[in-house]
Every structure is written in C-alpha cells, then in structure tokens.
Design a binder for this molecule. Structure first.
Ligand code: ADP
Ligand code: MG
Length: 260
C-alpha cells in the first residue's frame, strides 16, 4: 500500500489568528484515515486547504503531495484549471451541509449528470443511465424518484446519500468527508457510515474522515489522528489509541465518549 496523500508541515491561518501550526500526516491507498478534533480546531480549513479552496485572506505554507503512479504533485503549487481537474477527478468532498451544497433549483439527477458530463465526458443518455445506477448503488430503491426530486424534497440523510453518489460519479482516489453525518440522527449516521465504508471497500479509494465525534471512529477506521491547538497531538492505530492513549488530551476526549 503506497502513500496517496502526504501532508507535510502544513501551516495556515489568518493574519491575527494562526489555525494550523505544522500538521503532518500520510494517507495510504485504500485506507480510511480519521482526523478528530473539537469544533474550531481547523478541521474544515485543513480539508479545504488540501485542494486550495481556502478563503482569500488565509496564509498557508507546507506541502500537500498527491501521489500519482509516476510522480508526486504538490497541490499547493497548482492553480486554476490544473487544480479544478484534480478536484473533480482525483479528490472529492462530502461536507456536513449537503443540502446547502446542492443547487436548490436543479433536479438531483441533473446535478449528478453534470459531474459525469463535465468530469467524465459522458454524453447525455449514458449520463442519465449512470446517474440512476449511482443512486441505486447508494441505497435508493426508487432511484427515478430521487433523480427527479429537487433538493428541498429529500431528507438530510437522503441528501448525504446523494452526495456520496455524486462523489462516486467522479471515481475519486481520495474522498474527503468533513463531518459527513454530524447533522443526522444517530441511526441515520450509522447507516451513512456503513454505506461509505462499503463503497470504500468495494471501490478501493482512500477516505479522510474528519469528525469531532471520537465515538464514530472506532468501527470506521483503523488509523486515527487527534488535532489539538493547531497540531496533531496523537496518531496511530485506532485500536491502540482507544486502548492506550498517550496524551492527557486524548484521554479526556475518550472519557467524554465513554461517559455518554
Ligand atoms: N474565513 C475565515 N476568517 C477568519 N477566521 C476563520 C475563517 N474560517 C474559519 N475561521 C476560524 O478558523 C478556525 C478553524 O475553523 P474551522 O476549520 O472551521 O474549524 P473546525 O472545522 O475544526 O470546526 C476557527 O476558529 C474559525 O473561527
Ligand atoms: Mg468544520
């Protein structure tokens, strides 16, 4: 298993507010890597920085190396069209607010087709068929209904399934999931995580799973890093960290999980 993404001494923040102060980690091919941190620790900025989607006034330094079979590319050095190509094809995102990231005026099916047509060069009819197939593959029995729906006609859990279908449409090497289930009821959360894991295992892409909720990680990913005050304070096999945390901060997080 080779490395697919290498984050090296990533620093970023705003003029009066440093957020990340030197973050390094690697994600391997076909691996689920969890990054856990409390609200405000910079998780979302970190996710965005990986494909340079940062707000204009953010400073940043370090390296984000993406490994292709024949070379590595520091994404922080790319710009414009090169970067857009990367975002749509090699790296996809699923965010917390799926309903907000869907266009309210366009039918769901059309939005999935756009990904296929723009990034995968599908023509209209195959894109239509592939969209239905993708919707089926994320658990919609009546994929035609969802295809024809507008975003306000589906639930939060359904929206998250739609986002997964859209992400899969571009056949990413790395899927970045930023709190993908934080707005959902617990049972729906677990269904979505199960779906993500099943797709990951079926298709073999890597996942960066970002959450404030340590309790979701135990079953979901073998690797775990804890982000605190701009740095990774602990990293390793999830099982080992749960059994034998090395820092007081991790112990504190674990205690609050087990108290629930
Ligand atoms: N556009 C921005 N301008 C100024 N500060 C920001 C901006 N976006 C985020 N921040 C600050 O950066 C910190 C990290 O934010 P974020 O990455 O959203 O944290 P998390 O996802 O871990 O909750 C927070 O303190 C937040 O207030
Ligand atoms: Mg966030």
């Amino acid at each position: 298993m080779g490395v697919i993404l290498e984050v090296k001494d990533l620093k970023l923040g705003f003029s009066k507010k440093p957020v990340l102060e030197g973050v390094s980690f690697n994600i391997n091919e076909g691996e689920v890597f969890s990054l856990v941190g409390e609200s405000g620790e910079g998780k979302t900025l970190l996710c965005l920085s990986l494909t340079k989607l940062l707000p204009k006034d953010t400073y940043y330094s370090g390296e984000v190396n993406f490994y292709l079979p024949d070379k590595k590319i520091n994404l922080l050095n790319l710009s414009g069209e090169e970067l857009r190509k990367f975002r749509g094809t090699k790296i996809s995102y699923i965010f917390q607010e799926s309903l907000a990231s869907l266009n309210p005026f366009l039918r769901i099916g059309y939005q999935i087709e756009e990904v296929l047509i723009y990034h995968k060069k599908f023509s209209k009819k195959p894109a239509y068929l592939k969209s239905l197939e993708l919707l089926k593959s994320v658990g919609f029995k009546n994929s035609q209904r969802v295809y024809l729906s507008f975003p306000h006609q589906i639930s939060g859990g359904e929206a998250q399934r739609v986002m997964i279908a859209m992400a899969l449409a571009s056949e990413p090497h790395l899927l970045i999931c930023d709190e993908p289930t934080s707005n959902l009821d617990l049972t729906v959360q677990l269904q979505i995580l199960k779906l993500l894991k099943a797709k990951q295992q079926e298709l073999g892409f890597s996942i960066l799973f970002v959450t404030h909720d340590l309790s979701l990680v135990e079953k979901f990913s073998k690797k775990l890093a804890i982000l605190h005050q701009g740095r990774i304070v602990e990293e390793g096999e999830t099982e080992n960290i749960f059994r034998n945390p090395q820092t007081g901060y991790t112990r504190q997080l674990l205690n609050s999980v087990f108290k629930l």
